[in-house]
Design a protein around this ligand. Structure first.
Ligand SMILES: CC(C)(COP(=O)(O)OP(=O)(O)OC[C@H]1O[C@@H](n2cnc3c(N)ncnc32)[C@H](O)[C@@H]1OP(=O)(O)O)[C@@H](O)C(=O)NCCC(=O)NCCS
Length: 191
């Protein structure tokens, strides 16, 4: 399938290129970027992750896109959609996720890219609902969910099944957003 690229005023969300691996691996090995995850990622794990992201994008026409700032920086991270592999009360589902290098934080870039991803999800991809979740201490990511208009029911908070239950990052907040209702055009035969 053709992999769509998504444009925003400041970003290009595009298919991955081999030269993304070095900055992607650096992103995943940065302990500050990964402070709300139990582990940083090795080079081999990043390579496998990038391959999986590319294959999923090609197969479905949506997934995790590489994020470029055209004319400024060829790769600043990823934003996109994926299907969580673990089982929880809210799975199966499609989640939106983001990870940007530190130098790009605090400029509203994640919400800008994520809005384009949601438009693609609810438009061409035909997805009806998208969730997002993160560990409770990850307030920056929760701010992005709020900026997107996603909403949380505290009753849906959950302990991540792949994290030890007494780990400080175990409890997660779940946010949801649904596709806007289609406006139905009524045609009148004798209007
Ligand atoms: C979450 C993340 C993508 C946000 O991206 P962003 O483009 O900086 O988003 P915004 O500019 O809208 O900022 C969102 C919030 O981040 C926080 N923030 C901003 N600059 C920051 C900085 N330099 N350091 C830490 N936090 C910062 C603020 O709380 C901000 O909220 P505000 O706009 O109400 O002040 C980014 O912080 C990141 O990549 N984090 C590491 C990876 C991660 O945790 N991903 C999510 C996993 S679920």
């Amino acid at each position: 399938m053709m992999i769509p690229s998504l444009n925003t005023p400041r970003l290009l969300l595009r298919p991955w290129r081999p030269e993304d691996l070095a900055p992607f691996a650096a992103l995943n090995a940065d302990p500050v970027v990964m402070r709300f995850f139990p582990y940083t990622r090795s080079l081999a794990e990043s390579a496998a992750g990038m391959k999986g992201a590319m294959e999923a994008l090609a197969r479905r026409g949506w997934g995790l896109w590489a994020v470029e700032r055209p004319g400024i920086r060829p790769f600043i991270g990823f934003i996109g959609l994926s299907e969580p592999a673990f089982k929880a009360p809210f799975t199966p589902c499609i989640e939106i996720a983001w990870r940007l290098e530190q130098a790009s934080w605090g400029q509203g870039l994640a919400p800008e890219g994520a809005r384009a991803v949601l438009d693609h999800a609810f438009g061409p991809a035909g997805i009806r609902e998208v969730v997002a979740f993160t560990a409770r201490p990850n307030r920056p990511s929760i701010r992005v969910m709020e900026k997107l208009g996603m909403t949380r029911d505290p009753a849906e908070d959950f302990q991540h099944p792949l994290v030890a239950r007494d780990h400080p990052l175990s409890w997660c907040e779940l946010y949801r957003i649904r596709a806007p209702r289609k406006t139905v055009e009524l045609s009148h035969a004798d209007g």
